[in-house]
Structure formats: C-alpha cells, structure tokens
Design a protein around this ligand. Structure first.
Ligand code: TLP
Length: 348
C-alpha cells in the first residue's frame, strides 16, 4: 500500500528503534531525563531560542502557546483554514477560553495588511486581541511557505500593537529545507513556536515548544502538566527525535521533489484541478471535478488499487509525501491516479 494520507504515518526505522532502545533516561518531571534535555538544548540552539520544551504533540504545543499568551475572553488572529481552526477540536475555546478571529488567506498565507485590519481597537466595548498565530508551512494551504519578508512585515505590525506572535511550525523544517534558510531566520520573529518531529522527520511522537522568555517556560511547564503532557522516561521518545534530526533532515528535499512530480502528473488528468507550480514542499492538494464517483468512492477506488489519500471535504483531496514513500512508489501512485481519476469523466 502506498500511504499518502499524511507524513505522520511513517514507522520508525530499525536504526531509530535502536537509538530509542539504548536511550539514557530519567524522570523528566524532575528535569532529570538526559536525553530529553539534550533534545531540548539541540532544538533550542537550532532555532536560536533560549529554551525548548518537549511535548507529546503539535496540538499540545499550539494550545500551550495560546494559553500562555492570552486571557480568557480575548481573541486570537489566525488564518481561516489553519490547523488550530480545523483540526484541534476547538481547544482554544475549550481550554484557553479565547475566540478565534479568522482571516482568509491565499493558500493559507495572510498579509500584514490583513493582520493590521484584524487587530481590534483598544477601547472598552471591543473584544481584545491577545495573539497572532501563523502556520509555516501551511498544511491546508498545500504546504505553502511564508516568504520571510511577509513574516517580517507581520512582526512589525504586531510590534506596533504590542502583540505576541506564535508560529505553528509543525512543518517548519520543510520550509527551511525548501528555501535553504536557517530555521532561526523564521524563529526570530516569534515569541513562541512549535515544531514537530512526528511529521516529515519520521519520529513516532513529539514536538517542541520554544521561547526566549524563561518565565514563560516555567508557566509552560505548569500548563503542560495541567494538560496531561508531562511525561516521565520520555527520553525513549526524545532519542527518536535526536536520531531524526541527525539523519532525516536533508532528505526532506526528496519528499518535495516527489510531491512536485506527483502534482505534475495529476495536472495532466482532465478531472483534476491543481496548479503544480504551487507545490513548494511535501503536500499536494487537488480537486476532482466531473468524475462519476463521489469523493468517498474515489478514496475507496484508489485504496483498492493500492493508494491511500485523504478527502478534505467538498471536491478536495490531499496527498502527502514522506520518507516511507520511495521514488518508485511515486511512479506507481501516478499510474494509479491516472487510471482511477482518468476514466469515465462525466460529460455535460
Ligand atoms: N496535522 C495532521 C492532521 O492533524 C491534519 C496531518 O495529517 O497533517 N500543526 C499542523 C500544521 C499540523 O499539520 C498538525 C498535524 C499539527 C499541528 C498537530 O500535530 P499533532 O498531530 O502532533 O497534534
């Protein structure tokens, strides 16, 4: 089976498992797990931040950040298709007591002018803005990359209003590899950012929430405990993360090349709507129009031929490339897409 549902489906390699098995561990709630500490120091240094906190998931990283920066009743500016909006089960409202102010972007990216317009005036009747969140790369935007210049300008707007910024950097490594910019060049513009080890890097679990402010780190540790994310001998997981950072970063470029190739082939199928030029990293989002099968049946037909993808709602589908999908498997997937999506289009 060629599983393109997500880059989260990768399984730890033998070498990664060996690193996990031999990890030196301790109780991380006491701050005594040497492998967790090593991973945190390594990632903080990589992103030019003073501190990184190991958390179980990207969702927890985002939700800790929202809670850290806001007061209940405030508003968080976020793009309307962001992971925080679509896929975190309303956690910002449920756990931090804030409402989300959606701004509709282009392929998930919003402009400094839109941010400026969304910040509420500081007057008594109006809800108050507490935080601005960006996502890079943008998942629902098709793995789109924020131009650094746009981030710099959004940061300038935020600074004028004294507004903190958080980055959902679940796939920031993909952006860094695709642009060849150092990860810290993005990170410098955010008060907090989270990155995931369980996406393209192939680790089984784990994310890091980073910041410069050590008072914020203390608060984040308490909240992590409150949210049930304080783990014990988590060095077993951290070891997988260290292995992933040491071995699997550079190869993200292969995933990007595979995604581009897939998109170019999909573009040739008459029922498929996609602009292959838009594919910058490892996520391929496309629409299927005028096919005789409804989206769930398309997913089932592809599965039957050996390819798994996700339907996103409406006519949209998502295919994600990752380290467990080889170049040959991409070629095979292209044939299957052409076969299943290319046949019997509806004629009006
Ligand atoms: N994304 C998953 C699903 O939840 C949709 C995927 O398959 O892409 N931020 C972004 C941008 C993400 O894409 C994800 C996971 C997360 C945060 C959350 O990470 P986890 O799953 O570790 O909580």
């Amino acid at each position: 089976m060629i599983d393109l549902r997500s880059d989260t489906v990768t399984k730890p390699s033998e070498a990664m498992r060996a690193a996990m098995a031999h990890a030196e561990v301790g109780d991380d709630v006491y701050g005594e797990d040497p492998t967790v500490n090593r991973l945190q120091d390594m990632v903080a240094a990589m992103f030019g931040k003073r501190a990184a906190l190991f958390v179980p998931s990207g969702t927890m990283g985002n939700q800790l950040a929202i809670r850290l920066h806001t007061q209940p009743g405030q508003e968080v500016i976020v793009e309307s298709t962001a992971h925080i909006v679509r896929y975190e089960q309303g956690a910002a409202g449920a756990l931090a007591g804030v409402q989300l102010h959606w701004v509709t972007g282009t392929r998930g990216l919003i402009s400094p002018e839109q941010v400026e317009a969304a910040i509420r005036p500081k007057e008594l009747h109006t809800v108050q803005t507490g935080l601005i969140c960006l996502e890079n790369t943008h998942n629902s935007g098709g793995g789109s990359i924020y131009p650094l210049a746009t981030i710099e300008r959004i940061r300038a707007v935020a600074a004028t209003h004294g507004m903190p910024m958080h980055l959902d950097g679940a796939r920031l490594f993909n952006a860094a590899v695709a642009t060849t910019l150092p990860p810290a060049s993005y990170a410098q513009h955010f008060d907090t950012l989270s990155v995931c080890l369980s996406k393209g890097l192939g680790a089984p679990a784990g994310s890091l929430l980073m910041m410069n402010d050590l008072a914020l780190l203390d608060k984040a540790k308490r909240l992590r405990r409150m949210y049930g994310g304080a783990m014990r001998q988590s060095g077993v997981l951290a070891a997988a993360g260290i292995y992933a950072l040491e071995h699997n970063l550079g190869r993200l470029k292969d995933d990007h090349d595979h995604a581009k190739r897939l998109a170019q082939r999909l573009q040739m199928i008459p029922t498929v709507r996609i602009n292959a030029q838009d594919v910058e990293t490892n996520i391929v989002i496309f629409d299927v129009i005028g096919h005789r099968l409804a989206p769930p049946a398309i997913v089932a037909a592809l599965k039957q031929k050996g390819v798994l993808i996700n339907a996103l709602g409406g006519a949209s589908f998502r295919a994600v490339t990752h380290m467990d999908v080889s170049s040959a498997m991409i070629d095979e997937a292209c044939e299957i897409f052409t076969h299943v999506l290319g046949i019997e289009p509806l004629t009006h």
